[in-house]
Structures are given as C-alpha cells and as structure tokens.
Design a protein around this ligand. Structure first.
Ligand SMILES: Cc1ncc(COP(=O)(O)O)c(C=O)c1O
Length: 437
C-alpha cells in the first residue's frame, strides 16, 4: 500500500502540534524529544538508530517485551482471519481468554466463581467496576486513596487523587482516605497499616452516608510514585468496608501480571481476595484491552441492563492477551521480575547511599522508584532534580518516567524481560546522571 509516512522529528513534531488537541499535547517528556521507530523486548530504537533501554515499558503496557514474537504472531494470525467480532456474537478466542484469566485468580477453596467483562481500556474497566459495585451493593459512596490514579474518564478521575489529573466536571460520591505511604505518609515513616485503617473508619463515619459501595486500592500505586500498601492494609480495608456493605476493588492495571515478582497479582502479597479486580495495560502487551474480573454473584445484577464496550472482547487483542499469559508461564516472566527487580533495587540502594538527593528507593519486582528530596530531614520533594536526572539518563540510553503527586519520583517499570546485564547498565547510567548534577 502506498501510504507515505514522514519519520523526521521536525515534521512529526509539527504535525503533532498542528493537529493534536491541546488536551493530548501536554506530554512532551524530553526537552529534546525523539521519534521511536522500533522495539524489541526491553529495548527501543529511535529513528536515528539510537538504542534505549525502556524502563517505562511504554507506560507499563509492555509486560513481556516490545513486539514479543509470540504475542505478535498470535495477534497477526487472528487479525488475518477476523480482525473484529462484536461482543454480541460468539467467538472462541475471548471465551478461552476469559477462562484462562479467571484461572489466574486466587481460589483457595475452589468455591469462588470468577467471571470476566472485557473493556477497551483500564479506565473503562474502572468505570464498570464502579457501576458494578454500586449496582450490587445498592450504595453510592466509594472510597479511594489520595495519590491514586485510576484513569482519564470522568468516573475514573473522580476516584483519582492527584490534582494534576483531575479536570472539572467529575461525578461525586467519593471520599478520599490518606495513602498509607511508609516514607512520606501523614503518620510518619514506617507507621504500618493500623493508623491508616483507623482513618478508613473515621472517613466512613465522617464523610460518607455510612453505607459504602466499595474501596478502590492499587496494591502498589503507580503514578502515585510506586507506593506499596503496607502489610495488612488491603486485608484491613476489606474488613472495614465490607462491614459497611461495600466491596474491595483492586486496581491491578500497573501492579498486575507478575510485575511485583512474588505473585501474579499485587494484592496476593497481603493474602486478601478482592471482590472485583480491574486490569489493563500489560494484559495485551501493547494491544488495547482491559478487563474487570469479578465474583460471579457480584456481576450478576448488571444483567438487568446493557453495558457494551465496542472493542471489549476484540479477538485480535484477546489473542494477544492469551499469548501474554502463555509467555508469562513459559518464559518465567514473573520469576525474572522478582530476581532482576531485587538486583536492581539493591543497586538503587547503593545509589541512595552515594547521593544525598535520593530520599527513598522502594518497590518490589520490576515496579520500583527513586524519590528525590531537597533535604532528607524535611523530605521536601525535588521535582527539578528529578527532571534533570530524567534528562541526563537519556544520554546513557535509558528511558525513565517522572511520577508521584509532586513529580519527584523516577519510576522504573520496564518490560519484565529486563536482564541482569541491563541492571548494570541502568545502574551505571543513573550513577553518571546523578554524578553530573
Ligand atoms: C492504576 C491505573 N488504573 C487505571 C488506569 C487507566 O487505564 P487506561 O489508561 O488504560 O484507561 C491506569 C492508567 O495509567 C492506571 O495506572
């Protein structure tokens, strides 16, 4: 087909500036941007042939590796046969995928029936989970965590706790509880879960009708700056919310699919079983897809009305999703995330020992962060240094991401095929970047 594409940076930037709406132009990550042309596993190449290690995983979407051959082959095979089949007709690929996804959920006594509703994206899955929780419980009020990010749709924004992501016109009936941040939380360093669980009770009593539909929790907050829920928090939150008629809804859009290393799902680290789980991003390794996985009886009341996501059970994306699950098993992707992540975290700790500007390093598996502070005692966030390191690491061929409510964290969420050799390169690149400040 004769479709000309001009790959040059200047022309690409000009077209983007002229034809993208302002709402889509805010993200220009680098002062001196590049055009990416190719990806393979954990690496990217720009149009000039420079190679980068992608520690952003294209926004945590690339779970098992850029253009992973098995995922691409599965999607291509399906696209050539039938690219799309609307959800109202039967198709075996999404049906198989639903079964395989349900089988990844915890089911210790074998009596939980997990069911799946596919969506186009994570925020659609979040919206659906909000509606499902409200339909099932008959309650309106939802709890969400400060510094949470749940997506750009109006409903998902309403439970998003970072001001930079909240636009006018969000729906209400949401009360926020403090994030149990073990580095900069309101109860101080390493305060554990208990004071934050007390806050959930207080918030239900003072900022809701007393009956709640549920609480949304990311087992590890992503855009919040890789904030891990402390031991006992998700379990305790579930107890308190269920006592008021509500559900535990785990948002695993970033932490799921083995990224945290020890488990397939981040919430498993707390031994808790949610009522609803929301997933997206890594589920399709770059193919657009999201899903709500819920206990069967909780999804049941929604049969009363239509809820239709046009590309929800798209067989091409679902074929990619099936391949992702297979690759995770066959390539020991989760185990790799655990081991390589642990080695990387150790090197980040060494950098913290060397550079005062690093206030904290944290995370698990391949979901890690470095937080910059102006002063280790006051913990005043240092977004300027964060931006400078972010720019400087690019010189060493490393793509990171700035995150956190104050943009003072560097988030490391690479494709989970990152290797031990890459760990050395990433450490050395970061060391050079911090050293150059
Ligand atoms: C934790 C979390 N939930 C939900 C979403 C929304 O997903 P999507 O961008 O696919 O709509 C995101 C996106 O970044 C996310 O990080």
């Amino acid at each position: 087909m004769n479709m000309q594409t001009d790959w040059t940076l200047n022309e690409t930037a000009a077209r983007r500036d002229n034809y993208y709406a302002a709402s889509q132009r805010k993200f220009i990550p680098f002062k001196d941007p590049m055009v990416f042309k190719k990806g393979s596993m954990q690496y990217l190449w720009d149009v000039e042939g420079r190679k980068y290690t992608d520690l952003l995983g294209m926004n945590v979407c690339i779970s098992v590796g850029h253009s992973h051959p098995k995922v691409v082959a599965a999607a291509m095979e399906q696209a050539q046969e039938l690219t799309h089949c609307t959800t109202m007709f039967y198709h075996p690929v999404p049906a198989h995928f639903a079964e395989e996804l349900a089988a990844t959920m915890p089911n210790p006594t074998g009596d939980i029936e997990w069911v799946v509703h596919f969506t186009n994206s994570g925020s659609e899955a979040v919206d659906l989970a909000m509606t499902m929780a409200r339909s099932y419980t008959g309650n309106l009020d939802l709890l969400a965590l400060r510094s949470a990010y749940h997506g750009p749709t109006a409903a998902a924004q309403s439970i998003t706790g970072i001001s930079g992501w909240r636009h006018p016109g969000m729906p209400g009936n949401v009360a926020f509880v403090p994030e149990p941040h073990q580095y900069r939380g309101i109860f101080g360093e390493n305060a554990g879960a208990q004071p934050y669980l007390d806050e959930i009770e207080r918030t239900i009593h003072t900022a809701t009708s007393g009956k709640v539909a549920g609480i949304f929790i990311e087992s590890v907050q992503g855009y919040g700056g890789v904030v891990e829920m402390p031991k006992g928090y998700m379990t305790g939150a579930a107890e308190r919310v269920r006592a008021k008629g509500g559900l535990l809804i785990a948002d695993e859009v970033q932490a799921g699919f083995g990224r945290t290393g020890d488990h397939m799902w981040g919430f498993e680290a707390d031994g808790v079983i949610p009522d609803i789980v929301v997933m997206a991003k890594g589920i399709g390794n770059g193919f657009p897809l999201g899903a709500v996985v819920a206990r069967k009886h909780i999804a049941a009341p929604m049969s009363e009305k239509f809820m239709f996501h046009t590309y929800g059970a798209n067989p091409t994306s679902c074929a990619a999703g099936r391949a992702v699950l297979q690759v995770i098993k066959e390539d020991n992707v989760r185990e790799n995330a655990r081991d390589v992540g642990a080695a990387l975290l150790e090197r980040l700790h060494a950098l913290k020992d060397k550079y005062q500007v690093i206030g904290d390093v944290r995370g698990r598996g391949l979901m890690l962060a470095i937080e910059m502070v102006k002063d280790r005692k006051t913990k005043e966030p240092d977004p300027a240094t964060t931006a400078a390191v972010f720019e400087a690491t690019r010189e060493s061929g490393i793509i990171l991401s700035k995150s956190g409510a104050y943009q003072s964290c560097l988030r490391l969420v690479p494709p989970m095929c990152l290797s031990m050799d890459d760990v050395n390169q990433v450490h050395d690149g970061l060391d050079r970047a911090f050293g150059s400040l």
